[in-house]
Design a protein. Structure first.
Length: 135
């Protein structure tokens, strides 16, 4: 068909002197976004790619009620999501704002617990030492 054009494009991409390209999306996310039709259900990784968040954020969103998995999965099973619902969610600025706020709050609470954790342990240790000294 256009063999010469395809050859020029493929040979141009293999030039050794060209600058390295910066990849803004993972290969998995890019492949998912380039499909013509999404499959019937999305796993957490695919859902995260469509919502532009981390895969580890999906359980947080499920726990907060912002994402609803398909069916009634047990707590420790793989969750699948409806592509139509995820695309509707991604297109709604108010709901995406709620997702961002929930994730901000989750990580803020988690980081605050990390910084307070050693202080709490030190207070407990001091309290336990005082209790043992009196005995």
């Amino acid at each position: 068909m256009n063999g010469s054009i395809n050859e020029r494009i493929s040979s141009a991409s293999h030039r050794p002197n060209t600058a390295a390209r910066v990849e803004l999306l993972s290969v998995h996310a890019r492949d998912l976004l380039n499909v013509r039709r999404l499959q019937g259900r999305l796993n957490a990784r695919q859902t995260a790619a469509l919502l532009n968040c981390n895969e580890t954020d999906i359980p947080v969103l499920v726990n907060r009620g912002l994402l609803t998995p398909l069916g009634n999965p047990p707590p420790n099973s793989t969750k699948y999501f409806s592509p139509a619902e995820i695309l509707d969610l991604a297109g709604d600025p108010e709901r995406m704002g709620a997702i961002c706020n929930a994730l901000y709050r989750h990580w803020q609470d988690k980081n605050a617990a990390k910084t307070k954790g050693p202080q709490r342990r030190a207070v407990r240790a001091q309290g336990n030492d005082a209790g043992h000294q009196g005995k």
